[in-house]
Design a protein around this ligand. Structure first.
Ligand code: BTN
Length: 321
């Protein structure tokens, strides 16, 4: 769909919301400067996305209900931080990271976002599957930070912090398990962040920040939980998506201006690992540090106090001992 068509669909939805007792296709067509056939097509597309729209002779179109889904049409009006350049997506896709990657290759600008209410091939860190049933928020943001690749090592922490702030603002308090898992205080997973990027030499071309949030349900109730359970209420999926996008935009902007230093104390204060005995493994499962998590340094590395001294870890998988 073109940008113009997107805007028209949003205008049709806005008009339906303003005319609660119904609006005719003719009135809509002349207000938007399109044909009645075009209005009918927009109505069909809205219905396919989950909007319930009545069409009656004499009364015209009436919006009966809107889907509880992180659709761009629902999320865009809720955004407060001017960052999202373009919102794409729909009820379901394979992986929003894959979709965002295609857009990034095509030259999509920073702030391009892909949203979905369900994924059929959701990916997690270290090649794991990310269970993505309806009831979650799945989002990927194209970032084009003007930094050399090693400086971006800290970005997963920045994005994780943005998500944690967002969920806090909704009443769902989470802690950050380095580098970028969001857990409840009792250690169950609520959300995860997956960054994938393309660098050209020392410079980053783009990074996709993929974020998955369990909102309505936990894929495995012993190891995971969800926003609704932590907040003690049903939070609309579009509200979660907008808060997450705003939270990430804010944290990313402040990292661009001042680096990680001003965010470090807050990250540490939200750290799930602080003071705990940990084992850090590399991608092949080999132990790279065994000790007690004792902080995060200015580059975003996890500090582990081992028998032989403090070891800074730039990448790895942490398990509690
Ligand atoms: C993890 O904890 O392992 C990271 C999970 C990241 C999942 C998100 S959902 C949106 C985006 N699309 C994907 O396929 N993965 C990320």
């Amino acid at each position: 769909m073109t940008r113009r068509s997107d805007d028209r669909r949003a205008a049709v939805l806005k008009a339906l919301r303003e005319h609660r007792s119904g609006v005719s296709g003719e009135v809509l067509a002349s207000a938007l400067g399109v044909s009645r056939v075009a209005i009918r097509k927009h109505m069909e597309a809205l219905r396919e996305s989950g909007y319930e729209i009545d069409a009656r002779a004499g009364e015209g179109y009436t919006l009966v209900s809107s889907p509880d889904s992180p659709l761009p049409l629902e999320v865009a009006p809720l955004l407060k931080v001017p960052f999202a350049a373009r919102l794409e997506g729909g009820p379901a896709t394979g992986s929003t990271n894959d979709d965002a990657r295609v857009l990034a290759h095509e030259g999509a600008p920073e702030g391009t976002v892909v949203l979905a209410g369900q994924q059929t091939s959701g990916r997690g860190r270290l090649g794991r599957e990310w269970s993505s049933p309806p009831g979650g928020v799945y989002a990927s943001i194209v970032l084009r930070p003007k930094v050399e690749t090693p400086e971006a090592i800290v970005l997963p922490l920045v994005v994780g912090l943005g998500v944690a702030r967002a969920l806090d603002s909704l009443g769902a308090h989470t802690l950050l398990k380095w580098p970028n898992d969001l857990l409840s205080a009792d250690g169950r997973k609520v959300a995860g962040v997956l960054l994938e990027g393309l660098s050209e030499g020392w410079l980053l071309s783009w990074i996709i920040a993929g974020i998955g949030v369990n909102v309505r349900n936990a894929p495995d109730p012993t190891a995971s939980t969800c926003v609704d359970e932590l907040a003690g209420r049903t939070v609309p999926l579009a509200v979660v998506a907008a808060a997450v996008l705003d939270g990430v935009a804010d944290a990313y902007r402040s990292w661009q201006t001042g680096g990680f230093a001003p965010l470090r104390a807050e990250y540490e204060s939200r750290s799930f690992l602080a003071g705990r005995p940990v084992r850090v493994g590399d991608a092949a499962g080999r132990t790279v540090a065994d000790g007690r998590a004792c902080g995060i340094d200015a580059q975003g590395r996890l500090l582990v106090e081992t028998a032989t001294g403090v070891v800074p870890i730039a990448a790895g998988d942490v398990t509690l001992r």
